[in-house]
Design a binder for this molecule. Structure first.
Ligand code: CMC
Length: 391
């Protein structure tokens, strides 16, 4: 009906109205529910930000306490998840494990599935926030052939996640600076309006699929190297440069010549045509954390050199390509001891509140309709079937 226009990649089409996250891509501004990202990154805990995104307001102390307690009560996974995750080959990508385990959750918690019952949606919200780090930590340990260790919520959300990933028997005290850095990275990833995975979550949910099914689809979208998978791809790129005979300038020539489609991973963004405000925070954190841990990384120098060249090169200037959030995060995750395959699952744990908040906003919006884009057909016109022996 009416005029259908083609808009590849939805460059100019808004799919919804939203009150959650504001981005001014030209000015490099990002706000969650009106609060600037740098203020939240400096002062808030991840679960506080999750509450803000989902419920619209910063919690007071009692509200936050009750929310955290509720999340902590649900961090354990049903025993069968050890079998589910253990059934994957050791070298299976942890993103495949994460999306599969999230898909499995409604089977174990059917009382939380109904998308139209607010109390059940709130339960699903808490369960997803609570169980995502446990699943990610199990996936991490499985990939290393180590025993999966269950949660100990008294260490706090981030501290316990680090323990589940890295404890090797006995007591484990997460380093405060590591926990602080991971909290900050999770806050920075918590939402980013209608990106590829969030749009996926909304479109799946628009068919009235439940929250778990919608989020699981979002995790799969996030795995792509043009989206969340970029953090892994950046580190591989830096490693390739370090290990190849190419110097940084030769690599940049290949990028500019679009040699085999090679891109400077961690650069460019559909919305930011200025420095990604998250990247600025991550860059200074990478610098600090790496020196604090005494893990000065040659790859940080390569990354800084790439950035320096890019920011003064007409190819990047004309196209308004700046470092995005993924450019420096991998170096921090690596310094924390995570293998590259865990980088995108860490992004997914961070993005969970955004997916949930966006799904809930979509479900509560009376103007929502099933996501069903139109097309402009360019194939054959009418033609007659040809029998097999006549082809
Ligand atoms: N390196 C080299 N050239 C680039 C890059 C890059 N990273 N990004 C864009 N360009 C060029 C592109 O070739 C095109 O050039 P031309 O005008 O000559 O055809 C121009 O810049 C515009 O690019 P586009 O692909 O049309 O832009 P887009 O808005 O469709 O894509 C993007 C955005 C993020 C997919 C893209 O910039 C990219 O592939 N970046 C590398 C992957 C990456 O870092 N992704 C993480 C994004 S941020 C966090 C997240 O979403 O997870």
């Amino acid at each position: 009906t009416g005029l259908v226009t083609v808009d590849p990649g939805f460059m100019n089409t808004a799919s919804c109205t939203s009150e959650i996250t504001y981005i001014d891509g030209d000015a490099g501004v990002l706000r969650y529910r009106g609060y600037p990202i740098d203020q939240l990154a400096k002062s808030s805990s991840f679960l506080e930000v999750a509450y803000l995104l989902v419920h619209g307001e910063l919690p007071n102390a009692a509200e936050l306490g009750a929310f955290v307690e509720r999340v902590e009560r649900h961090t354990h996974l049903h025993e069968n998840f050890r079998n589910l995750i253990g059934a994957f080959p050791r070298d299976a990508h942890p993103m495949a494990i994460l999306s599969s385990a999230v898909s499995a959750l409604p089977g174990y918690y059917p009382e939380s599935v109904d998308p139209f019952d607010p109390a059940r949606v709130e339960l699903a919200t808490v369960l997803l926030l609570a169980k995502a780090p446990t699943i990610a930590a199990y996936a991490h340990r499985h990939s290393l052939g180590q025993e999966m260790i269950g949660p100990e919520p008294s260490l706090g959300y981030v501290g316990d996640f680090l323990r589940m990933c890295f404890a090797d028997g006995g007591e484990y005290e997460p380093s405060p600076s590591l926990a602080e850095a991971l909290n900050l990275l999770l806050v920075l990833h918590a939402d980013h309006e209608q990106n590829c995975s969030t749009s996926t979550v909304r479109i799946v949910g628009s068919a009235h699929a439940n929250l778990y099914a919608s989020v699981s689809a979002g995790i799969n979208a996030l795995s792509g190297p043009l989206h969340g998978g970029a953090n892994e791809a950046v580190l591989e790129m830096l490693r390739d440069i370090r290990e190849s005979d190419d110097d940084v300038d030769t690599f940049m020539k290949r990028v500019k010549n679009k040699d085999k489609g090679v891109r400077l991973m961690g650069f460019g963004h559909r919305v930011y045509k200025n420095y990604d405000p998250r990247a600025a925070i991550v860059k200074s954190t990478a610098d600090r954390i790496l020196s604090e841990l005494g893990k000065r990384d040659e790859m940080l120098d390569i990354a800084m050199r790439l950035e320096e060249i890019a920011l003064s090169d007409s190819y990047f200037i004309e196209r308004k390509l700046y470092p995005n959030v993924d450019f420096y995060t991998g170096l921090i995750y690596k310094a924390m001891g995570f293998p590259t395959t865990m980088f995108t699952p860490l992004f997914a744990v961070g993005r969970m509140p955004g997916w949930i908040a966006q799904w809930r906003e979509m479900m509560n919006d009376p103007t929502t309709k099933i996501g069903r884009p139109r097309q402009v057909y360019t194939g054959h016109t009418d033609r007659d079937y040809v029998e097999l022996d006549a082809r």
